[in-house]
Structure formats: C-alpha cells, structure tokens
Design a protein around this ligand. Structure first.
Ligand code: NAG
Ligand code: NAG
Ligand code: NAG
Ligand code: NAG
Ligand code: NAG
Ligand code: NAG
Length: 276
C-alpha cells in the first residue's frame, strides 16, 4: 500500500503536469514494450525514450519489479527488465526536458493459459435414443472474456461458449441424445484469443472420449437367449429325472418278476409238476 502511494503520487503529479501544459509539446515521450500480454511468471523488456536531446530526468513508473538494463549516455532512452506482474496494469514512461515533464503510458494485460481441459461424458455409456451430457471444464484462465470453449464431435463443432470476466472456473455443458449405434468420439477445445490485447491465440484440447452406445435390441436378444437356454436346461434336467424315475420303476418291476420266478423255482419239483 505504501509503495502504491509512493508511485501513484508522482504519476498524479505527472498527469497534472502533462495535461495542464498549454500549447504544443516541446518534446515527445515514447514507450516500447517487448510484450503487451504477459504470463504472471514472465519478465520482459520495456524501453522508455524521448525526442529531447538532453533530458534532465527520465524513467519508468510501475509497481512491478524493474531492473535497468541499459541507457543512452545522454539519457535519451532507458531500457528496463520488468517482472512479477499479478494483475492488469498501466506502466508509464516520463522524461523531464527544459523544466517540462511529459509521460506516456501503456496497458499490460496478464494472461493465464488454459492448461488443463477436462471432458466428462455423463453417463459414459447409453442405449440408442437415451440422453447424455457432455461437460467441459477448464480452470483458472485469464482473461476469462477472451476464452471460448468448443465441444467437438470428431472434427465437427457442436457448441461454442464464451464467458463473462467474473467466474473462477469456466464450464460448458451440452445435452444431446444418442441417435445411432456408432460410438461417438468427443473432445473439447479451449481457445484463448489474445489478439485484441496484442497477443496471439492459445489453444488446448482435452483428451478425447468415446461414448459407448448400445442397441436396445441387444438387451432383448439377451433376455430371449437366457429364457431359451433356461427352458432347454429345464427340459434336459426334467428328462434326466424322468428317465431315472422310469428306470427305477422298470427295474423294480423286473425285480418283482424275478421274485415270482425265483419263488416258483424255489418250490419243490413235485409241486411244480403240473397235475396230469
Ligand atoms: C530504446 O529505444 C530507442 C528509441 O527507439 C532506441 O534508439 C534504442 O536503441 C532502444 N534501446 C535498446 C536497448 O533497444
Ligand atoms: C511480487 O509481487 C507481489 C505482490 O504483487 C509481492 O508480494 C512480492 O513481494 C513481489 N515479489 C518480488 C520478487 O518483487
Ligand atoms: C488503459 O486502460 C485504462 C482502463 O484500465 C483505459 O482507460 C485506457 O484508455 C487504457 N490505455 C490505453 C493506452 O489503452
Ligand atoms: C478420437 O478423435 C481424436 C481426434 O479427433 C483422435 O485422435 C482419436 O484417435 C479418436 N479416437 C478414436 C478411438 O477413434
Ligand atoms: C464455433 O466457432 C467456430 C469458429 O468460430 C465456427 O467455425 C463454428 O461453426 C462454431 N460452431 C457453432 C456450433 O456455432
Ligand atoms: C442439460 O440437462 C441438465 C439436466 O440433465 C439441465 O440441468 C441443464 O439445464 C441442461 N442444459 C441445457 C443447456 O439444456
């Protein structure tokens, strides 16, 4: 807070000086930055220069860490290495020449690339005609309003989604219905378009996921097969049981016959003689 006050005061003074100055400028102040959009971890070069031949004073105003790398012998330019940016900010170059001070500022945008894109299919397997949801999440992206999430089926885009700059996590949801039996290959693309801020496009993809789709017929066929197999098994077991029972019965009847025969044989021969 103290450091903020320390550098915001001179900026206010500079602003007052620059804007209250009447008539045309006696000299120009230029600011050049190697980058206009930077990652929080990056360091980059900034050059402050002036058209004044022999400036009395000059420098770079910023709350970030800065190191002066080089300067012109007469102080016509100074090059700095700046780092440790945490939020979007304005940097300002100022020079004093013949008791007049002018400044020029530049806005620096911080970005955080979409590093992890996650795709979820809910549920991962469905029956033809059933609804499913594709969910794509990407965490911690800056600036969020530059992000577009695209849900893809193969190479075809199903849905584009953009965001307001307030949410912490970006999520895109797409509801659909499985119309064909073919497994569907889904993926998600996160695109951070930094071109309006003087940057480039950064793209990340999720891993692709296959939605497994089943024919409802298949389930009916399974039921039919199970029923048929059960009936056959039942008939088989029943027939075996029947054979066994009948066999036993037949055996007993034959044993019965033998019993009579044996008793007959056991009778004394005389009795067995038929009366003449
Ligand atoms: C800084 O900018 C000035 C003016 O454009 C240029 O002459 C000078 O070479 C630059 N310094 C470096 C170190 O690039
Ligand atoms: C970087 O900035 C943070 C706050 O923005 C500050 O707390 C920290 O001390 C800075 N680090 C360096 C090395 O300047
Ligand atoms: C810098 O950003 C401020 C708002 O934060 C805006 O008013 C100003 O016009 C911007 N300056 C430039 C040079 O784009
Ligand atoms: C799914 O699609 C991606 C790219 O679109 C491809 O790399 C991957 O091999 C596909 N997977 C299958 C199982 O077809
Ligand atoms: C999504 O955006 C891309 C590129 O801007 C475009 O080609 C595509 O047709 C869009 N898809 C949908 C579903 O609007
Ligand atoms: C998708 O379906 C879920 C419930 O399954 C519902 O909460 C959500 O609003 C739907 N989203 C869209 C975009 O239709």
């Amino acid at each position: 807070m103290v450091s903020f006050a320390c550098w915001s005061l001179p900026i206010t003074l500079l602003a007052l000086l620059c804007c209250s100055g009447s008539g045309k400028k006696a000299f120009e102040v230029y600011i050049w930055s190697e980058k206009h959009v930077v990652e929080a971890t990056e360091s980059w070069k900034v050059n402050c220069s002036t058209s004044c031949e022999n400036p009395e004073k000059g420098g770079l105003e910023t709350s970030m860490s800065k190191i002066m790398l080089e300067q012109h012998p007469q102080g016509k330019w100074k090059q700095f290495l700046v780092s440790n940016i945490s939020n979007d900010m304005t940097i300002l170059c100022h020079f004093t020449c013949e008791k007049e001070q002018y400044s020029t500022d530049l806005n620096i945008t911080v970005y955080q690339p979409p590093s992890q894109v996650t795709l979820k299919l809910k549920p991962p397997r469905v029956v033809v005609g059933e609804a499913f949801t594709i969910e794509c999440t990407v965490s911690a992206v800056k600036p969020l309003e530059s992000l577009t999430l695209t849900l893809l089926r193969g190479r075809e885009s199903l849905q584009n989604q953009t965001f307001e700059g307030t949410e912490h996590e970006a999520i895109a949801i797409f509801n659909s219905t499985a119309l064909t039996k073919n497994g569907l290959n889904f993926s998600c693309q996160a695109e951070l378009d930094l071109r309006p801020h003087g940057g480039h496009i950064i793209r990340s993809f999720s891993e692709s996921q296959i939605l497994e789709v089943f024919e409802p017929m298949q389930d009916n066929q399974m039921v039919i097969i199970i029923v048929v197999v059960s009936i056959l098994l039942f008939l088989f077991v029943t027939s075996i049981l029947l054979c066994f029972i009948l066999g036993q019965h037949w055996h007993r009847r034959r044993m019965g016959t033998y019993g009579v025969l044996a008793a007959w044989r056991r009778l004394p021969r005389a009795f067995r003689q038929r009366p003449v």
